[in-house]
Design a protein around this ligand. Structure first.
Ligand code: ADP
Ligand code: ZN
Length: 761
């Protein structure tokens, strides 16, 4: 080989395709000089340009393959660090996802285009004084009667010699004509300066005085700061115990050691107060990865983190992939939240990914919650995580008193025949809750009302034959919405006009049953016409910043009653909220899912925790038809430990997490028969795999129809795998994903694998 001949080297590239393999490409010298593990590589694949990530250098030619030449290595530096490549490989392996799809998690959208563009950056115009500043006498000569020009010149001078054109125009009121006149005379020069697009810059930061920690907070902070490297802490602190302050002090310690950190919050739009507190403490060293960011803004934040210009990333689950180096800590706030699990491939759980990433980096993890998941609780009890407790509210605050109103004894019979003539309002808001709301309004205090069911009526039923209108595509009843008047499916968003006659018997008496938030809003408006009422649910928060706007109105005191779905249960800290009412605690309590009770307890405890966070104290009223249910009973006394002991017993037999690990394989098809056949054949294949002794220690449950049998026009069956050994489960799932070849497979039949599912519906 002569020196001029390009030396052909092979690399392994992961492509964002649903394929469980990587691909080998040849690169020339110029590419070889640039490419590293984690570099973007543009390659030809099936007549198209694809952008992939290099996952291995010095690859070997697989026998019988034809090697193609890569087209381009667009970046001088790898876009994904080697640590994140390894993390995504683990995700691909554990959650049984294609490697190229897993690697996408580590890239901002702007870098995933097949044409490998250089993302544009936003610039602003900066005006800078040119040359020596003239003396006062010279100024008279230069400016003469051009007073505006002189004023502008001196304004820039007063700002240190340069400032943005925007500031001069919008804040100081100089006209563009004056600005360009100075430019033409060569007295100022205009330059372009790259600015990070950060929509939070316009949100004022409230500088809170630095609080001195309580003894319990101090203890937690000290234990964490003393930890050496990769340790996982479970911070179990009751609502209002000041977990945020512990996080902030930990972050200070991390920064002071020159390291960086990631803070995960369940849904960033819902927690503007928490984000504001971090911004208040750390200002511009924080990158907030908000879901409302544009692709450009997201890219800027990503870049600032990658370059180390910002050292703290705050965001929802995907922030666990923030490109920070020298990771010191990852904080997972409200670690029990289901939103940490991604609902599409790769179906990762951000809490588990956080632990893997931190472990590899020698960083510590803090899982914080007032109601930890059973999994984390068991890990703490087994000594895998270190348990830290904040057992009391700060500053001598008390947990609110919780009272139960038993709706069952009140409206016995239920279908109205023998019951006294209660109005819709009375059926929805008990006398106790009504009186409590009234008292808050009279005292100018605020109330929060939870109803975890949006829409107007939860279903419409024929009085004569009992028929309930349901979705043509899903096995779900349709929810009645007002404004606009529609029946809506909450799964596939199918909409139809409400019928005037029963679809089955033609009966004309159709009744709306089960109240939703829209209806309660209306009932409250009629009952308290002078009150400020705000509703927060999916329907009122479609705008990007809608959550913040509603919550700002609560903070300013404009809202007397905040009504909403589970969105309002999290993180809110309003000292003037002295009442929390739960309109119907039973929504979801009887879902055919092993986590239904746990979710219900968490929701009740979290929402109750919004009450009485200020010196006035507070109380909670829970309306329920099942006051004896253990999720309700223990929420009443804020007794997490007793709840967990009761709940965990129910997970032993049949075994569910945390006693076993689960994988849920879901089969779906447009034809009911096809879904069933697909599931039965796969179940048979899996049984044979187990019978052959290829993998041991796995129990199969099913195949059986999913609890929700049909979603978006597809019939659904599932097969559940249980095992106490995660490694075994990985092996079985990979065997299945890579080797199972359904004879009847076609594009419209789908198989998805959900490892560690948060729900089996
Ligand atoms: P949690 O997240 O545990 O529910 P927060 O972090 O929201 O609790 O804190 C509850 C309230 O207590 C906040 O208003 C916070 O400013 C205040 N707080 C926290 N720590 C202290 C402290 N050491 N002294 C005084 N107030 C505190
Ligand atoms: Zn539907």
């Amino acid at each position: 080989m002569t020196r001029d001949e390009p030396r052909s080297v092979l690399i392994e590239v992961a492509l964002p395709l649903p394929l469980f393999q990587t691909f080998t490409y040849a690169i020339d010298d110029a590419m070889a000089a640039r490419v590293r593990v984690g570099s973007r590589v543009v390659v030809p694949f099936r007549q198209r340009r694809q952008i992939g990530i290099c996952v291995r250098l010095d690859a070997e030619k697989k026998p019988g393959t034809r090697i193609k030449q890569a087209l381009e290595v667009p970046d001088a530096e790898p876009v994904v660090g080697a640590d994140l490549v390894a993390l995504c490989n683990w995700i691909a392996e554990y959650y049984v996802a294609p490697p190229g799809v897993a690697l996408r998690l580590a890239l901002p959208v702007l870098l995933t285009g097949a044409d490998a563009p250089r993302p544009s950056q936003r610039t602003r115009r900066i005006l800078r004084l040119a040359g020596e500043a003239p003396s006062l006498i010279e100024r008279d000569a230069i400016f003469g009667r051009a007073k505006q020009q002189r004023a502008l010149f001196e304004a820039i001078e007063a700002l240190g010699g340069s400032t943005s054109a925007e500031h001069l125009r919008d804040q100081l009121g100089f006209s563009p004509a004056v600005i360009s006149a100075l430019e033409k005379r060569g007295l100022v020069v205009a330059e372009a300066e790259v600015v990070a697009r950060d929509p939070f810059l316009s949100r004022r930061i409230v500088q809170t005085p630095r609080l001195s920690p309580t003894d319990a907070q101090l203890n937690a902070i000290e234990e964490m700061s003393a930890a050496d490297g990769a340790e996982t802490f479970l911070l179990h602190g009751v609502t209002g115990s000041g977990k945020t302050l512990v996080y902030i002090e930990l972050l200070r310690a991390v920064l002071s050691r020159g390291k960086s950190a990631i803070v995960l919050v369940p849904e960033i739009a819902l927690t503007p107060q928490t984000v504001d507190r971090f911004r208040g403490a750390f200002g511009d060293s924080i990158a907030v990865l908000h879901s409302a960011l544009s692709d450009g803004e997201r890219y800027d934040a990503w870049l600032a983190l990658k370059r180390g210009e910002k050292r703290i990333a705050v965001g929802a689950r995907s922030a666990v992939f923030a490109p920070v180096s020298d990771l010191g800590a990852i904080i997972v706030d409200e670690e029990h939240e289901a939103s940490y699990k991604q609902g599409e491939a790769p179906r990762y759980h951000a809490r588990e990914v956080a632990i893997m990433r931190a472990h590899a980096a020698g960083a510590l993890v803090v899982l914080g919650s007032a109601t930890p998941s059973l999994e984390s609780w068991v890990n703490a009890a087994a000594g895998k995580y270190r348990l830290l407790r904040l057992p009391d509210r700060v500053a001598g605050g008390k947990l609110p008193k919780v009272e139960i109103v038993n709706l069952r004894s009140r409206f016995s019979g239920g279908n109205g025949a023998s019951a006294p003539p209660y109005s819709d309002y009375d059926r929805t808001i008990s006398a106790e809750l009504d009186e409590a709301l009234h008292a808050r309004l009279a005292r100018k205090e605020q109330s929060i009302l939870l109803l975890n069911r949006r829409g107007y009526a939860s279903f419409v039923q024929c009085d004569e034959c009992g028929y309930v209108a349901s979705c043509p595509n899903c096995s779900i009843t349709l929810t009645h919405h007002r404004t606009p008047e529609r029946l809506v499916c909450h799964y596939c968003l199918h909409q139809e006009e409400p019928a005037t006659k029963c679809g089955r018997c033609g009966g004309v008496t159709l009744r709306q049953r089960g109240v939703g938030t829209q209806r309660v809003e209306r009932l409250l408006g009629e009952r308290f016409p002078a009150a400020g009422i705000a509703r927060m649910d999916v329907d009122t928060t479609s705008g990007k910043w809608a959550h913040v706007e509603i919550l700002d109105r609560v903070a300013s005191g404009e809202v007397d009653i905040l009504l909403g779905t589970q969105m309002i249960a999290k993180g809110l800290d309003f000292p003037n909220v002295t009442l929390v009412g739960v309109v119907d605690a039973d929504v979801g309590i009887n879902l055919p899912d092993f986590r239904a009770s746990e979710r219900c307890f968490q929701l009740l405890s979290q929402v109750a925790g919004r009450a009485g966070r200020g010196p006035k104290g507070g109380s909670v009223i829970i309306q329920t038809r099942v006051p004896e249910h253990h999720a309700v009973v223990h929420a009443l006394t804020h007794d997490y430990d007793t709840f967990v002991h009761a709940e965990i017993e129910g997970r032993r037999e049949p075994a569910y997490p945390p006693f076993v690990r689960l994988a849920n394989i879901v089969f779906s098809a447009v034809e009911e028969e096809a879904a069933m056949e697909l599931a039965l054949a796969a179940g048979e294949w899996m049984s044979q795999l187990l019978a052959a002794g290829q993998v041991e220690g796995i129990t199969l449950v099913g195949p059986a129809p999913c609890p929700i049998e049909r979603i978006k026009n597809r019939w659904r069956w599932h097969l559940l795998l249980k095992s106490s050994q995660p490694g075994t489960l990985t092996r079985a799932l990979r065997f299945f994903a890579e080797r199972y070849d359904p004879a009847t497979a076609s594009a419209e039949r789908r198989i998805t694998i959900d490892r560690d599912p948060v729900s089996l519906l």
